[in-house]
Design a protein around this ligand. Structure first.
Ligand code: CAA
Length: 279
């Protein structure tokens, strides 16, 4: 149960079937210590146990669809997540750093394969590991005051929680190179122009409203179709066109005859609202 988790550096809130996870370490602009990563892993591991780990609810035993979307954000107005915790990293050995990055990268994979959408609501600094955590979400919404960057080279480091891989998927190789090689910080508008942030909202309240509205729109649809669509988009992302189309074709055909597909198509023909069984 989410309510039973004892969490030091996260705040959880469930409303209308949407879970909001806020990183809460105000004294360090919500920097990601190993404890924050461990707690985020606890939350997403619990969600995987409930909703499914295959990235497709249909393949899991009786997925629990009571949570239909997740918002990942930072508490307070100043920061989403200002990166990995530099004062911890400073004293880490190579082995400890490898384990830290492995845990964080596995967390990002859990976010990407969670069968429900996860939206990053970036309300301030999303730097280093913060930008990397946001990029693991399905899409990023930003407030006007948000800023993004991969400033690791200023620390003698490089991105280690997925930035070298995912930033180029969002913004293309040239912009990714420039941002990673210079460590340059960009504001919300530039992040939107580059395709990193999908929309920019005037303030933190509007940002959370927009994230909820977007997740509510998904929650009104067939949960198994949303899960299959999320999984297929991700699977196709890194593939050559032919192979991606093959995976899409198979996933499309797999929808046929499912209770959700039968209900959705019947409701359309009968001109009524669908009531999806979630199977
Ligand atoms: N780790 C640890 N502490 C951090 C932190 C971080 N990533 N970011 C901010 N803090 C701490 C500061 O040390 C400061 O603590 P004190 O009050 O005890 O001095 C407090 O948060 C407030 O920060 P600032 O006083 O620096 O606030 P500012 O408004 O002047 O600057 C900032 C804000 C530009 C975000 C600046 O804090 C900063 O540059 N932070 C580091 C950002 C960064 O380099 N992130 C990448 C980390 S490496 C990484 O993430 C590797 C990876 O890929 C996984």
């Amino acid at each position: 149960q989410l309510a039973d988790l004892e969490l030091d550096s996260l705040r959880l809130e469930v409303a209308e079937g949407l879970l909001t996870v806020s990183v809460h370490r105000p004294e360090v602009l919500n920097a990601l210590s190993p404890l924050v990563i461990a707690e985020l892993r606890e939350v997403f591991s619990l969600l995987r146990g409930r909703i499914g780990r295959s990235g497709d609810g249909a393949a899991d035993d009786a997925p629990d669809w009571s949570i239909r979307g997740v918002i990942l954000t930072g508490s307070g107005e100043r920061s989403f997540v200002a990166g990995a915790d530099i004062s911890v990293m400073r004293d880490q050995s190579r082995d400890e750093a490898a384990a830290y990055a492995a845990d964080a990268q596995e967390l990002t994979a859990w976010i990407e394969t969670l069968p429900v959408p996860v939206v990053a609501a970036v309300n301030g600094f999303a730097l280093g590991g913060g930008c990397e955590l946001a990029m693991a979400c399905d899409y990023i919404l930003a407030s006007e005051s948000a800023s993004f960057g991969q400033p690791e080279v200023a620390l003698g480091l490089i991105p280690g929680f997925g930035g070298c891989v995912r930033l180029q998927q969002y913004v293309g190789i040239a912009a990714a190179r420039e941002l990673i090689l210079t460590g340059r910080r960009i504001d919300a508008q530039e992040a939107r122009e580059l395709g990193l942030a999908l929309r920019v909202l005037p303030d933190a309240a509007a940002l959370l409203d927009a994230a909820r509205e977007s997740l509510r729109a998904s929650a009104a649809q067939s949960p198994t179709a949303v899960a299959a669509a999320k999984r297929t988009v991700r699977a196709a992302q890194a593939l050559p066109t032919d192979r991606g189309l093959e995976i899409e074709r198979q996933a499309f055909a797999d929808r046929f005859g499912t209770p959700d597909m039968l209900e959705g198509t019947a409701a359309f023909v009968e001109k009524r609202r669908p009531s999806f069984p979630g199977a």
